[in-house]
Design a protein around this ligand. Structure first.
Ligand SMILES: NC(=O)c1ccc[n+]([C@@H]2O[C@H](COP(=O)([O-])OP(=O)(O)OC[C@H]3O[C@@H](n4cnc5c(N)ncnc54)[C@H](OP(=O)(O)O)[C@@H]3O)[C@@H](O)[C@H]2O)c1
Length: 278
């Protein structure tokens, strides 16, 4: 292990996508507001990972947190998901690209290891390919070398996960998916994860589910709990075992998102929300 005390187990992830020049300040603000787990990616098209590192450095300087207080998660992104600002040599083989991307992430984040390293998405929407197997093995080598504690996959279907398992690939610690209520809140993938103690990370919980935020049941619970519909959705997500992400840029929403854990939902309410549009 790269550190002598275990990294904290996150209960909420602060997401840093699409923040561009505001990334350093918003990362620092999220830490100031109590977030201790940060999600990013070495994909300059959607993330400014070096800006996350600047925000972390500012928080360390201010004495807000130390590296050991934090859970840092980043991702390896295939060439197809990148723009021209690549963190690796596009002509290198995939294993080398993984090693180069990881080295660049560690430099951006000012650390010698991350807590979770995620394959941003499989090479094909239709299955777990030989390229994925190569990349996954290379990510495993990064873990074995101590540069990440855990591994994850993102943007995967149940089919991907089943094929990954059938191919004998190591089971991920995390699955990170966009979570649509109208698809049963990704029910099939979530139950695959639950059976294998894989932690399901849900993103776009608010933006993918406007109909849930408007639903009278959710509005009623929010009124009773003196909370907002967004907080009810985050509380629900945790009640069904998800590790939620929020990408809010608003300090008040940061406070509300974290405070959502204090809401009370009955088992019946959780079941009803789970089946609202599934
Ligand atoms: N693996 C992937 O491919 C992938 C893809 C997309 C995202 N992600 C990760 O997931 C993170 C989150 O992305 P996301 O799509 O879930 O969220 P997002 O696009 O960052 O947006 C969250 C939205 O919810 C609003 N919001 C948050 N808390 C709220 C509250 N309490 N009340 C009202 N509105 C609230 C935010 O508005 P305000 O800013 O005004 O609060 C914002 O419009 C990203 O930053 C990234 O790290 C990963």
């Amino acid at each position: 292990m790269p550190t002598d005390r275990p990294a904290p187990v996150p209960d909420f992830l602060y997401g840093t996508a699409w923040k561009e020049d505001r990334t350093p300040a918003l990362t620092e603000l999220a830490l100031r507001m109590g977030f201790r787990a940060i999600d990013t990616a070495n994909q300059r098209r959607h993330y400014f990972e070096a800006g996350v590192g600047q925000g972390l450095a500012a928080a360390y300087r201010a004495g807000l947190v130390t590296r050991a207080d934090l859970f840092l998660q980043t991702k390896f992104t295939y060439r197809d998901g990148q723009d021209h600002r690549l963190p690796y040599d596009p002509d290198a083989d995939l294993s080398t690209q993984v090693a180069q991307s990881m080295a660049s992430s560690l430099e951006h984040l000012g650390t010698d290891h991350v807590d979770s390293y995620v394959l941003h998405g499989p090479a094909s929407g239709y299955g777990w390919t030989d390229d994925d197997a190569l990349v996954w093995a290379a990510m495993g080598k990064e873990r074995d070398a101590g540069r990440t504690r855990l591994l994850g996959v993102s943007n995967v279907s149940l089919g991907h996960l089943e094929q990954m398992q059938a191919a004998g690939a190591e089971t991920p610690a995390y699955v990170q998916n966009r979570c649509f209520a109208r698809r049963g809140w990704d029910r099939g993938v979530r139950s695959f994860c639950a059976e294998r103690r894989i932690v399901y990370q849900g993103f776009s919980l608010l933006t993918a589910n406007p109909e849930i935020l408007r639903h009278p049941l959710v509005g009623g619970i929010a009124a009773r709990e003196n909370a907002t519909p967004a907080q009810v959705v985050f509380r629900f997500a945790r009640a069904v075992g998800m590790l939620p992400l929020t990408g809010t840029s608003d300090s008040e929403h940061m406070v509300q998102d974290r405070a959502s854990h204090a809401l009370t939902l009955s088992p019946d309410e959780v079941r009803t929300i789970e089946s609202l549009s599934g």
